[in-house]
Design a protein around this ligand. Structure first.
Ligand code: AMP
Ligand code: MG
Length: 423
């Protein structure tokens, strides 16, 4: 029997979870940290927990426009009303002293004057001259935001390892933190390899193609905010590959290559790397993807990705991206997956785990579902450009009928027109 016709679930090929676990177990966060201005911290990972140095809210304040009073005066407030003693506006507190039977006009966000514990919303009062009468009862503490209700002084607001997105930045700002301590970002060098690769701007010779993977990798790294060292196109020549690794190891924490990691005659990347460093080479039971090299050279980590563009993208997303997050100190690195029903039947050959390009869309009844984004060959870039998600299909699965629940992983660049496409 022809061995190559066997499905790739033989011991020679590793499953995706096992390979990812090995990568993540091997890597440890880069040492060191830096303190940076909060304005520059978007997308960075906290190296130290953010501890609240103040209460949030800092003062008792009103959640509504209305009238502040002491609930001990409630009966009077409902019967003949309370005397208006002044106004408290956001940033302009009431400075007087509130006596019995008095109330204060208060606006949203304004500090609650001493002696008050409750706010009646303005829709529930009748004002006659200086007399303010409640038209409905309110419980003690109504419409008051208590100090520390959101965050208490001394509490850990964001643990170390949190990636700072817009709400985390806003929370730090609300707590008065002008600077935060973040981890170092891995410096990533990349090169593409192949004699057929042509830089943009040059005419294509017979048999040549444009080097799209360098743009792909650079863009994915830029989207993660990683500093990128682009080492360009490297020829299918062992000396050229040696020089690329020498340059990468001198300046980067991680080096990523595309192409040249299979077992073809012109595949030198893996072979050359193994001259210097420790390397694992895996045939991973995944589609697209399969060959993936992972290794270490002194302090530099190496990921050798396959050259077919969609394989490059998928192996980057499934292995390199979590690895970079881990190096940066982020603990939650597994991609988030949710189950959605197939809007159409799907083709799938049993044997390997498939990462098919898909589109999350809304069906004619307004319900979310998912369908294929088109042809699934590992060289087909147009369906990757049309996709907004990957359908993660287990190795054993075969063809699936419409309505089957499948695991869906949103691509990190959603927001493309396809993300809003109709089925
Ligand atoms: P390889 O992994 O080097 O055997 O390449 C597999 C396939 O991917 C071949 O069709 C290559 O021409 C193609 N390929 C390799 N590198 C790139 C690249 N940088 N950009 C686009 N296609 C590539
Ligand atoms: Mg090649």
């Amino acid at each position: 029997m022809d061995q190559s016709a066997l499905p790739d679930c033989t011991p020679a090929s590793l499953d995706v979870e096992a390979a990812l676990a090995q990568v993540l177990d091997t890597l440890t966060p880069l040492p060191g940290s830096e303190q940076i201005a909060l304005d520059l911290a978007l997308g960075r990972v906290l190296a130290q927990p953010l501890v609240a140095a103040m209460d949030l809210q800092p003062w008792p304040n009103s959640a509504m426009d209305g009238y502040a009073f002491a609930v001990s005066d409630l009966d009077q407030a409902l019967a003949k009303g309370l005397a208006l003693a002044g106004t408290s506006m956001a940033g302009h507190p009431f400075t007087g002293t509130l006596g019995p039977g008095e109330c204060v006009r208060i606006l949203t966000g304004a500090i609650l004057p001493a002696g008050c514990d409750t706010v009646a919303m303005q829709e529930h009062v009748a004002v006659h001259g200086d007399q303010v009468r409640l038209t409905a009862s309110v419980p003690r503490g109504a419409n008051v935001r208590a100090p520390g209700e959101d965050v208490r002084t001394g509490s850990v607001v964001l643990p170390a390892g949190t990636r700072l997105g817009p709400p985390q930045i806003a929370l730090a700002a609300a707590l008065g933190q002008a600077r935060v301590v973040v981890s170092h970002r891995p410096r990533v060098a990349l090169f593409t390899s192949g004699d057929e690769l042509t830089p943009l701007g040059q005419p294509l010779a017979a048999g040549a193609i444009y080097d799209s993977n360098r743009y792909l990798l650079r863009a994915m790294l830029q989207q993660m905010g990683m500093p990128v060292i682009d080492l360009g196109i490297v020829a299918d020549d062992p000396d050229a590959v040696r020089s690329a690794f020498a340059a990468a190891r001198a300046q980067a924490d991680v080096v990523i290559s595309s192409g040249g990691v299979s077992v073809g005659d012109a595949d030198y990347v893996r072979e050359v790397f193994s001259e210097f460093g420790d390397i694992h080479f895996w045939r991973i039971a995944m589609k697209p993807g399969r060959p993936l090299a992972f290794g270490r050279l002194d302090e530099t980590w190496f990921f050798g990705l396959p050259g077919n563009p969609v394989s490059t993208a998928v192996t980057f997303l499934e292995f390199v991206r979590p690895a970079l997050c881990r190096l940066e100190g982020e603990p939650l690195t597994a991609p988030l997956r949710v189950e959605l029903p197939l809007l159409e039947p799907l083709r799938k050959a049993p044997g390997r785990m498939d990462f098919q390009r898909g589109i999350v869309a809304i069906d004619k009844d307004g319900r979310p579902g998912v369908r294929s984004a088109g042809p699934q060959g590992s060289h087909v870039m147009s369906s990757l450009a049309a996709a907004n998600c990957l359908l993660v299909l287990p190795a054993a699965s075969g063809d699936l009928p419409a309505g089957s629940l499948v695991e869906v992983e949103l691509l990190p660049w959603t927001g493309t027109p396809a993300a809003h496409g109709q089925p």
